[in-house]
Design a binder for this molecule. Structure first.
Ligand SMILES: [Ca+2]
Ligand SMILES: [Ca+2]
Ligand SMILES: [Ca+2]
Length: 380
């Protein structure tokens, strides 16, 4: 009897111990949670919801044990990370990442940080909690088309010559502050003003569609707008002024064909304000031809008999002081002219004077000094 009684007691003690061991085993947190190594997320500007790939799920091999097999949280590492991660379901380890504040793609397009999951430990106090490895999270901020194109200039101006067809008269340009190519790229420009003989291409180049005549309009005023590739129109349209100039012909301007001269009054500048209109075309060389002619009856000359001394007195010092020096072919032509003037045979003086030679610049002010001297000669 005693023996049997002892045997029963031993069995009961063994059962209690076994149960105690089982409870103890359940408390032990053997495994740390596991997460992926990399996550990629997308969040839209001004929104907090991050779409993550793969989804954020932490696994723990201690599951389904309470605490040790449950996920209690995620921890984010990094400086000024504008995101937080929260657990949606402790037992499945499912979590979510969301933005803590409004994100601005124009300020920062991408964010990178690390994340770590931790389990609930061995009891309600979280003792002996275990952490997973750190996973890297890359989050891209998607753009919203918040900005409209803005023209770089307040107005644009150009001048065209009538009767000419241009490949490009001028270029307008707008910019857009959005962060993505789609919403910051200018997809098209448009001339808003109706019925004008101009077109604009997608790069902002304006050209005329027909030859322009000054009789119709002296100046065209066009209103131009721009659209980004998200179809946002420019916040302000821009004014483009195109002036039309009459057809230009290169010529000498600003001189009188007839000059009155009173004998004995010394030297007289014949072309004091003459200038050469070059019409803005490239100049390689300029030639000038000056012809002086006395308007005497029968074009004769009543000074044929004047002595050189008298001539000097009448005409000033230039005639006498000039020396025949230049040797090159072209300059010799000037010299020939001077030769006539300085020649003792005065009948030559009364012939028409013809000066020919190259001018180096496009203005009368830049006549070679010899010619300038001649132009200042008195007409006898
Ligand atoms: Ca665990
Ligand atoms: Ca935009
Ligand atoms: Ca934007």
């Amino acid at each position: 009897m005693r023996f049997r009684g002892n045997k029963r007691l031993a069995s009961a003690v063994g059962l209690v111990l076994g149960l105690l061991c089982a409870v103890e085993a359940a408390k032990v947190n053997k495994h740390k949670p596991w997460i992926e190594t990399t996550y990629h997320g997308i969040v839209t500007e001004n929104d907090d919801k991050v779409i993550l790939d793969p989804p954020l799920i932490a696994l723990d091999k201690d599951a389904p044990l309470r605490y040790a097999g449950e996920i209690c949280g995620f921890r984010i590492h990094g400086q000024n990370v504008p995101f937080e991660a929260v657990v949606l379901d402790k037992s499945t380890g499912e979590g979510v990442i969301r933005a803590k504040e409004k994100l601005d793609c124009e300020l920062q397009k991408e964010h990178t940080f690390t994340i770590q999951a931790y389990d609930c430990g061995e009891g309600p106090d979280g003792a002996n909690m275990k952490k997973s490895h750190k996973a890297t999270v890359h989050i891209q901020v998607n753009d919203i088309n918040e900005y409209s194109p803005v023209f770089k200039e307040k107005t644009y101006k150009a001048t065209v010559i009538e009767g000419k067809k241009y490949d490009s008269i001028l270029k307008v340009e707008a910019v857009d502050a959005d962060c993505s190519f789609q919403f910051s790229q200018i997809c098209s420009y448009e001339i808003v003003t109706p019925d004008v003989p101009f077109t604009i291409d997608k790069d902002g180049f304006i050209k005329n569609t027909e030859k322009l005549t000054i009789g119709k309009e002296h100046m065209y005023k066009l209103t131009v707008t721009a659209y980004d590739c998200g179809k946002n129109r420019a916040s302000e349209d821009v004014l483009v002024k195109i002036s039309i100039k009459p057809t230009c012909k290169p010529s000498w301007q600003g001189f009188n064909k007839r000059t009155e001269y009173e004998p004995g009054t010394g030297s007289l500048a014949l072309f004091p304000s003459m200038h050469l209109e070059t019409c803005d075309v490239p100049i390689t060389s300029v030639w000038a031809s000056i012809e002086l002619e006395t308007n005497h009856i029968g074009k004769g000359c009543d000074r044929d008999t004047y002595s050189e001394k008298s001539l000097h007195k009448l005409c000033g010092k230039y005639i006498i002081q000039h020396k025949v020096v230049p040797s090159c072919e072209l300059e010799r032509k000037y010299c020939l002219v001077f030769g006539i003037l300085t020649h003792e045979k005065l009948e030559s003086v009364c012939h028409p004077f013809v000066f020919r030679g190259p001018l180096l610049k496009s203005s009368a002010a830049n006549f070679p000094s010899e010619v300038a001297a001649l132009v200042n000669l008195c007409v006898i």
